[in-house]
Ligand binder design. Structure first.
Ligand code: BGP
Length: 475
């Protein structure tokens, strides 16, 4: 396949807390990040972020001008229901209503996520996704959103990256509540989020609105670094924990025997046991028959080596290349593959992993209907030269990943869109503002936007519907 069909979405992605700023304006309640990133010693926070709250019209106009015909936004739960459970905030509703109208006016289709890491503070303190009570509050929040915006929003996403919530919060410790190596909590919270997802899918379908609903998973490929039995086993275990457990929940509507046995093994090595409550499996089953699409975030793959020791992790949050450590008890160790380049934050750049994962979804979950690649992009320390940002390495990164998508499409995988993370530069949760991803550069002092070379290139491919070399772009 040489090109993309006419209805392929060339989008840009954002998330409420990373982009909006205005964290205390118009009755917004705090989410967990407002507290977490305002603790003494924190290097940055999202108080201003990219000021999308005030500048969204400009960002959407830029989108239109640069051929971006889809946008991922998320609705901050605590802007709509400030304490997560009580009164609805009319100003929060108005903000999202106006934002959605503005997207549509500009021909930029909104893909709207209900949970992008930003649980309202009281519910977070209450146990977040480990507290099953919070499921019903989330379903209520979803109902408010479907009631108010469901006439105009045609693409809904329940959760963004439940794996990131669980892994970063309970295993790596670089997201709140900053716990480390607690794999049992991570697994339990993932299961609970899958139940919450399934209940929201059920709700949406029962409302007979004319749109579609899906979920976004971050799906990193897991490859053994050698062909040894131990390394293959490590890759298998990491794949099971990070990817297969929740894909099974969403698209098979159950945890097959092999999944249950492997997760039990991982849990018992780490001193825990997964609790599945009465009715959970029925809810998962019902939603698996109704889900309309899979959103797949893909940045990287990992190379695994067998590992028999205790868990040991160092998160590279500053871009000092080569400082990451990641080894998990009962699973394996992620190691450097000398043949694969990495970003400054040690993320392997491996477009083949995207192709392989797309094909794997098609083969293992034949009921998947369609996939949107809902995030892909390159964290990069952009050089700002008097308003010119030549980010050719980012263009190369995106181009290679789009080529991987084209290859998967040629092999029969249904992929209907691609969203660059991120539309404009935004806050990076655990890295700050120097890890930039945007098509549009944001000067965080003035909040002025500057199209990068990648924006001009993205416009060219969105118009041509095929890949174009970066050399063809006059910038
Ligand atoms: C995904 C998140 C995004 C975004 C992106 C880049 O996990 O959905 O919100 O942040 O990763 O990650 P980072 O900012 O950590 O580099």
């Amino acid at each position: 396949m040489s090109g993309f069909e006419n209805d392929f979405v060339f989008g840009g992605a954002t998330a409420a807390y990373q982009a909006e700023g205005a964290t205390k304006e118009d009755g917004k309640g705090p989410c967990i990040w407002d507290e977490y990133l305002n603790q003494p010693g924190s290097r940055f926070n999202g108080d201003a972020a990219s000021d999308f709250y005030h500048k969204y019209k400009e960002d959407l106009e830029l989108s239109r001008k640069f051929g971006v015909n889809g946008i991922r936004i998320s609705i901050a739960w605590s802007r709509v229901i400030p304490d997560g459970t009580g009164e609805v905030n009319p100003k929060g509703i108005k903000f999202y209503s106006d934002l959605i109208d503005e997207c549509i006016k500009n021909g930029v289709e909104p893909f709207v996520t209900l949970h992008h890491f930003d649980t309202p503070l009281p519910l977070f303190k209450n146990g977040d996704w480990l507290n099953r009570e919070n499921i019903k509050h989330f379903v209520r929040f979803a109902k408010v959103c479907f009631d108010r915006f469901g006439d105009r929003v045609k693409k809904w996403v329940t959760f963004n990256e439940a794996w990131a919530v669980a892994q970063n919060g309970y295993i790596i410790g670089n997201f709140p509540p900053s716990e480390k190596y607690d794999i049992p909590k991570a697994v339990q919270s993932m299961h609970n989020m899958m139940v919450a997802h399934a209940k929201v899918v059920e709700l949406y379908k029962s409302m007979k609105l004319s749109g579609e609903i899906g979920i976004i998973h971050t799906l990193e490929g897991k490859y053994p670094i050698t062909d040894s039995e131990e390394d293959r086993r490590a890759a298998y275990l990491d794949y099971m924990l990070s990817n297969k457990f929740m894909l099974d929940a969403c698209f098979k509507g159950k945890y097959p025997k092999e999944t249950v046995e492997t997760i039990d093994e991982i849990m018992s090595k780490n001193g825990g046991k997964l609790e599945i409550y009465d009715g959970d499996l029925e809810v998962l089953k019902a939603a698996s028959k109704k889900i309309d699409f899979l959103g797949m975030n893909y940045y990287s793959s990992h190379f695994l080596k067998g590992y028999a020791g205790e868990s040991k992790i160092h998160h590279n949050g500053t871009g000092e290349k080569g400082t990451s450590i990641f080894a998990l008890k009962g699973i394996g160790q992620r190691v450097n593959n000398p043949e694969v380049p990495t970003t400054d934050w040690d993320w392997p750049i491996y477009p083949k992993g995207l192709h392989d994962m797309l094909v794997r979804i098609k083969n293992e979950y034949p009921n998947y209907k369609k996939i949107y690649v809902t995030e892909n992009g390159m964290g990069y320390k952009d050089d700002f030269e008097a308003g010119k940002i030549d980010d050719t390495p980012r263009i190369e990164y995106i181009k290679q990943h789009l080529a991987a998508i084209l290859q998967a499409k040629a092999e029969g995988v249904v992929v209907k869109g691609y969203f660059v993370w991120s539309l404009m530069d935004v806050l990076s949760w655990s890295n700050g503002y120097n890890k930039r991803y945007g098509l549009f550069y944001v000067d965080f002092h003035t909040q002025k936007r500057y199209p990068k070379k990648s924006a001009y290139w993205f416009k060219a491919i969105s118009e041509a519907k095929e890949l174009i070399s970066a050399d063809k772009i006059i910038y």
